[in-house]
Design a protein around this ligand. Structure first.
Ligand code: MG
Length: 274
């Protein structure tokens, strides 16, 4: 009874500001978003708004070529066993590298490349845990942070609801993917990402925001989407005076054993020069 009273109290408090979905199977509330967050520039939706339209599901084609070899001029960031090109925010890298992939060591910290990048084409493959655990943002959460700042969400969104600007393939906290092109948990998936860094003037005033094109499993999720600023949780992203125009590729440890493999990058545009 005490537990029920506690649950009711928590739901009463959060119910004013948070949309709560009752998961009858699990018999506990699952948080699906927020409406006490800032409005996005469109003026239509809050950051992490649960009422935003859910992107339609598109089943990816079967022609996807797993573990394809990188192009000849690519910088290989991870080929299956060597993590020496990566740093961890909390000290030595503890993520496992075995059998051709790396796996998040939960709660050991994000990892990021030692190299920094400006404009680039990035390819990577990842797999959600085959053993499904958790729900919403707690289910297979990781992320690819472009320049260490802008998150393209990695999440198990296969028949698993969450707020649209936080589902798999979202530019977290601002733009849901055009469609949901997720494969089943355990299956290898691809991201191909073309990123243009923000441009700043002599006094570091913003001339042009970062923009990104994202393709998941051969399906377009974002096309030249302008990025509002470095990613955060429950905030309206914006550029700051000290936002850099180069940075690493960072992979998120969100406490779930997500796997990555075959990660490579090609410098493009103004950043082509060494
Ligand atoms: Mg994430």
């Amino acid at each position: 009874m005490r537990k029920n009273l506690l649950n009711l109290t928590v739901m009463a408090i959060t119910g004013l500001s948070t949309f709560v979905f009752q998961s009858w199977a699990a018999d506990k509330p699952v948080e699906l978003g927020f409406t006490d967050t800032p409005m996005l520039p469109s003026g239509k939706w809050h950051v992490h708004d649960p009422n935003r339209p859910v992107p339609p599901v598109v089943t990816p084609g079967a022609t996807f070529s797993a573990a394809a070899r990188p192009p000849a001029d690519a910088i290989v960031l991870f080929s299956g066993h060597d993590l020496s090109g990566w740093n961890c925010e909390k000290g030595p890298v503890k993520w496992k590298a075995q059998d051709g992939y790396m796996e998040v060591a939960p709660h050991s910290g994000d990892i990021e490349t030692k190299q920094q990048f400006g404009d680039f084409q990035l390819h990577l493959e990842w797999a959600e845990p085959a053993q499904v655990q958790g729900s919403s943002q707690g289910r297979g959460n990781s992320g690819v942070f472009l320049q260490g700042l802008y998150e393209v969400q990695v999440l198990d969104s296969y028949k698993s609801p969450t707020y649209p600007d936080g589902q798999c393939g979202a530019i977290y906290g601002q733009s849901p993917p055009l469609v949901n092109a997720c494969r089943k948990p355990g299956a290898w998936q691809t991201y191909d990402i073309i990123f243009e860094a923000p441009r700043f003037g002599p006094d570091h005033q913003l001339i042009r925001p970062a923009s990104v094109t994202v393709i998941q499993n051969g399906v377009l999720l974002h096309h030249k989407q302008a990025i509002l600023g470095p990613t955060g949780h429950k905030i309206l992203a914006s550029y700051k005076k000290d936002t850099p125009d180069r940075g690493p590729i960072r992979l998120q440890d969100h406490g779930n054993p997500v796997r990555y493999r075959n990660i490579w990058i090609r410098n493009i545009g103004e950043e082509e020069k060494p």
